[in-house]
Ligand binder design. Sequence first.
Ligand code: BES
Ligand code: MN
Ligand code: ZN
Length: 483
Amino acid sequence: MKNFVGETVTIAFGNEKRQSAHIVLTSNQIELASLNATETNYVNKELAKDAKQLCIVLNQYHRQVFILKNGFDKGAKRNEIYRVLGDKAAQNLGDNKEIDFVGFDDTEALYCVAEGLVLGSYAYTKHGADSKQRTPLNLLMDAHCSEDIAFSNLVILCDAVFIARDLVNTPYNFLNATDFANKAREIGKDSGFLVEVFEKERIKALKMGGLLAVNQGSVQPPTFTVMEYKPDNAHNEQPYILVGKGVTFDTGGLNIKTPWTHMREMKCDMAGAAAVLLAISAVAKAKLPIYVVALVPATDNQTDSTAVLPGDVITISNGKTVEVLNTDAEGRLILADALSYAHRYNPQLVIDLATLTGSAAMAIGAQASVCMGNASADYKSRLHAAAVRTHERLVEFPLFEDYQKNIKSDVADMANISTGAPEAGAIIAGIFLENFAGPSWMHLDIAGTAFNSSKDAYRPKNGTGIGVRLLFDFLQQEIKEHQ
Ligand code: BES
Ligand code: MN
Ligand code: ZN
């Protein structure tokens, strides 16, 4: 891995109003912060105090110096505190102000601070603006960092998270299913992975009845985007498949949403699609030796007179029939086709990401995503470990067989919502998907984590880019499982 120590790295930077900031990450010796005698005295006195305080901040005219105290137990909890600290620093970045971090040979802490700083500096100021036009942020690493930390991946990842956020924040009238597919083509070319887009005719030929039914009420055609990254040195023969829900806008269809069911936020309903696109892009850019496929079924969910009606029976591409009792439970219909399509790859593992149910958000809020699936305990524990490391946390819900009876239909193989009690909505959606998934599958419901109503440290208001860092971290660790 390339180490950027001593080099200046340019990275997309969030706020157009800010000038490029000069950030010096140093480690080991406080002398490197070039403080005067009074300042050094003050810092040494503060350092000697046995306070819980994580760092000492010196505010000078031209710069801010963050001196990180050591002695804190390493681990995920501490790393998150450093990311939040990085975000605080980002909020203080003025024009040309320099921020120095001095970190006592703790490169992991420095990495997390830098991560929080960059991620926290994001802002979506203008629709259609893309991060390439933003003022660059210069990260200048000092030559005294002793470990070889992969700062190159930091740049790749933050860039990917920014673009995922941009896509989620882009209004529907600038990002329909065709626009999304074109964006995937552009990103694929730039990052080095293959992109094939199925247009409506091909989708019909593949008999993707779920995607076609959801698209029926729209004047815009659907797309199904297949992305493949298969490097010669891949450690795995069977791919990891990422599936993302790409509902570019969800009006609810004829079961139309009411204001209190968040209709105005529903441009975010393709956050799963954005996450898998930018995750495969980051994996390709970092040239990880792993075979990954990403699948995105995309359409808007609209109310035209041609729209699918409550009670209609449709056939998914695997031949199973579904009674559409509620047109607002559309995500699972398009995912059913994508999960069915995944079988042809004989995948190692399939992970889908979807803003699938308000119920997931109601259950655990924005603090974690809900997950469930039939993957092995080993996969689950490794996915969980990645979730803890990246602080893109997961809480597992059960998929007890008994729930299947909740979606029994009189006229089709199953209904798309519960025909009985309304409880356990997130699980019912998962139970529905299980009918189309293979034997090694995880479902991540990101309805509560994809779109923030207010800023939460380095997770901005609106699109958060959730899933990108989690998937990248997980896939990077999976390489070791195929030696
Ligand atoms: N896209 C929504 C879920 C959603 C809600 C995402 C809030 C983000 C924030 C999904 O398509 C939906 O409408 N789900 C319904 C399912 C119900 C009809 C069974 C829901 O959660 O109300
Ligand atoms: Mn819906
Ligand atoms: Zn939806």
